[in-house]
Design a protein around this ligand. Structure first.
Ligand code: DQA
Length: 153
């Protein structure tokens, strides 16, 4: 069966295109989602996209994804640096995930250098701009180890 991928964008990513374009570029979130859908068709996978500015809504969406998708590609926005709840949700549903950041968070403020997700992510992409989503989706579609394929410990 074709892989199903959930693409999650966290707070303020709805402003992509107009938000600090010198950092995040001029591509809108609608463009990102359209590009992800086109890519999904090429790759023969299904991509569902979700964006929320609310931590609990992201937690709820991750819960709803249990058993419904194979992998998550997530840009948690600022929740990267604060949210134990999103970390726990991803671990709780046992879905493998790729963490994506448009900017290179390691060249910015110190508080952006810590992520509550990175040590549990199968991959972390940062600094590639919107191309990071393309990379994350291709990895999730072709190379990601899914739960069923992971060795039991
Ligand atoms: C971001 C980086 C975060 O530090 C920031 O809060 C964001 C976007 C990125 O894509 O570079 O909202 O995740």
């Amino acid at each position: 069966m074709a892989r199903r991928i959930l693409l999650i964008n966290g707070p303020n990513l709805s402003l992509l295109g107009t938000r600090e374009p010198h950092i995040y570029g001029s591509t809108t979130l609608d463009d990102v989602v359209a590009q992800a859908q086109a890519q999904a068709q090429q790759l023969g996978v299904a991509v569902e996209a979700f964006q929320s500015n609310h931590e609990g809504a992201i937690v709820d969406r991750i819960h709803a994804a249990r058993g419904q998708v194979d992998a998550v590609v997530i840009n948690p926005g600022a929740y990267t640096h604060t949210s134990i709840a999103i970390r726990d949700a991803l671990l709780g549903v046992e879905l493998p995930f790729v963490e994506v950041h448009l900017s290179n968070v390691h060249t910015r403020e110190d508080f952006r250098k810590h992520s509550y997700l990175s040590d549990k992510a199968q991959a972390v992409v940062c600094g590639l701009g919107v191309f990071g989503y393309t990379v994350g989706i291709e990895f999730a579609a072709k190379h990601m180890k899914l739960k069923t394929e992971l060795p039991r410990s």
